[in-house]
Design a protein around this ligand. Sequence first.
Ligand code: TYM
Length: 328
Amino acid sequence: MTTFLSGIQPSGRPHLGNYFGAIRQHVDSQEEEGEHYFFIADYHALTSVQDADSLRANVREMAATYFALGLDPERVVFFRQSDVPQVAEITWLLSCVTGMGLLERAHSFKDKTAKGIKPSVGLFTYPILMASDILAYDSTIVPVGKDQVQHVEMAQDMAGHFNAAFGSQVFVRPEYRLPESEALAKVPGLDGEKMSKSYGNDLWVFESGKRLKKAVGRILTDSREPSEPKDPAGVLLLDFLALFLEDTELEDWRNRIREGGQDAPGYGHLKVRLIEAWEETFAPARQRFEEYLADPAALDSTLALGAERARERACIVRDRAYRACGLR
Ligand code: TYM
């Protein structure tokens, strides 16, 4: 039996990287046979969001985003992480079989601290909570963007260590799944670095109108003239267009940039096309997003129903793990 699982932090508004790297994969996976668990990682978000009203608002926005983008809570178990306390219980079991060295090697932790983010113990042990999220539902496939691959590999290690220590097949080994191309697995931000909420270089998927124009205007360019031939690989706007356009159209833009000359497009042309493609992709969902958001009680009750279903599964796995290590 295939069990899909993935999570997203409600630490701000979902951005293009979240969509192309993860959310779209989650929505598409609904067409595949199996069970589907997707959740809003509010425990994880506490490592950066420390304001109760913001966290509550972000959770609802994230739920409204998923539903607007096509997630069907009838087909998928969709819930809030903190509604499943068994995950916190399993986190402790895993932390007892996880070496400090494993966590010290986490790229995400190292990148964040290198950027000056002051680490809490929670940020350090974050991969253990994430492993517990994955293992608590016997997940087999975890669709994520590239930055989460190492965390899924850590979950594999932790499952292996626990099973080796307690002599039984308690936890199922999960595998990660990346989107179909590198361009989608690691979406760049406004500055060309990986797009990330914590780096402040992100673009909200439902940005629109003047704000969208302004945001797209902030994508890094240089002062070369349109007529100057350029290597398309060095034009960040083309990486953004690659998210939206068909291959043939994208290739055409690339060729015209490479050749330069009188008729070559300038960065302004690329921006206009990007905004147009963005509108085509997100405008209908943006409308639905507003509608979902206007009914917070409905969002809360959908999340509560999902949580009930999630707890059922997590209790079975928690009991299995407790018995294996002598806690029952
Ligand atoms: P988070 O909230 O940072 O990101 C959510 C998903 O978006 C993907 N992503 C990207 N993909 C492509 N390009 C980017 N620039 C980009 N930025 C983000 C991430 O890879 C992720 O798939 N720890 C996780 C949340 C989590 C989780 C889990 C995920 C908690 N428990 C269990 C999977 C399974 C996180 O912080 O994702």
